[in-house]
Ligand binder design. Structure first.
Ligand code: MG
Length: 259
């Protein structure tokens, strides 16, 4: 199912015109936007070409990478120390010159993650292909390699356990369940926070590019910005434009860099 959004590529001149009026801040999701989605989340990698494009872009526009991955994980994969990184959906943020910001409320929930991780592992151990990824402020349960027919079981069992832990909530991504602190904080709020770090007053026009349902928080929440959806996640979208795939993302970056 293709989304009905206008193409960012076809409208790039109009966008560049906007960028001339107000300087943009760029917010880029990682998986599915800068790096191809892979079977095993640990194999995800950004291409040299994409890295170089992001590097060039960041020299023109302040740029941050916003990801569901842990902050360390995503910053190591992108490997451009001059950028800002919002990891774990924004619960942890890092930037150049040793900038670090962690969500204080989320800190308090950390011991509960330690508690439920072994419980969930035990409850799901008989389902083949379930893969746990513990990030600082999120526990991800990947089920890309689980037989399609058993996916609802994974969801049900996780929901069942989480009933006893109101401090946590379950969010769904592409073949992944993300257990996060039940705090009103998401990629959109992380972006608003980063805008204050990256931007100058009244220059807070932001461009957010992402592919997943969790990126909708950013599309929806951002004031004075514009959202670009990569591909399609099958749900309602609040983005303004679309790019079909990573090749189009690269093409779009190249056009933005062209004078
Ligand atoms: Mg993504």
């Amino acid at each position: 199912m293709a989304n009905q959004l206008p193409s960012a590529l076809k409208n790039v001149e109009e966008l560049k015109e906007k960028f001339r009026v107000k300087k943009p801040l760029l917010f880029l999701d990682f998986d599915g936007t800068l790096a191809p989605i892979v079977e095993k989340h640990e194999d995800a990698a950004i291409s040299e070409e994409m890295r170089d494009l992001v590097k060039q872009l960041s020299q023109v526009h302040p740029t941050a990478v916003v990801s569901g991955r842990g902050m360390k994980d995503v910053s190591q994969r992108v490997n451009l120390p001059e950028l800002y990184y919002a990891g774990s959906h924004g619960f942890e943020i890092s930037g150049p010159r040793n900038f670090i910001k962690e969500n204080d409320e989320a800190q308090k929930v950390l011991p509960i993650f330690d508690k439920i991780e072994p419980i969930l592992k035990e409850k799901l151990q008989d389902i083949k292909g379930v893969d746990f990824e513990r990030k600082k402020f999120t526990l991800a349960i990947h089920y890309r390699q689980v037989d399609e027919s058993r996916a609802p079981e994974v969801h049900n069992r996780v929901s069942e356990i989480l009933k006893d832990y109101p401090e946590l909530l379950k969010a769904d991504g592409k073949k992944v369940i993300e257990i996060r602190p039940a705090i009103d904080w998401h990629k959109g709020k992380a972006v608003e926070f980063l805008k204050l770090q990256l931007g100058e007053k009244d220059q807070n026009f932001s461009v957010y590019i992402g592919d997943d349902v969790t990126d909708e928080d950013a599309f929806k929440y951002i004031d004075d910005g514009l959202g670009i959806l990569v591909g399609d996640h099958g749900n309602k979208t609040y983005a303004d434009y679309s790019l079909e795939d990573l090749d189009e993302v690269k093409e779009f970056f190249k056009l933005l860099l062209k004078n």
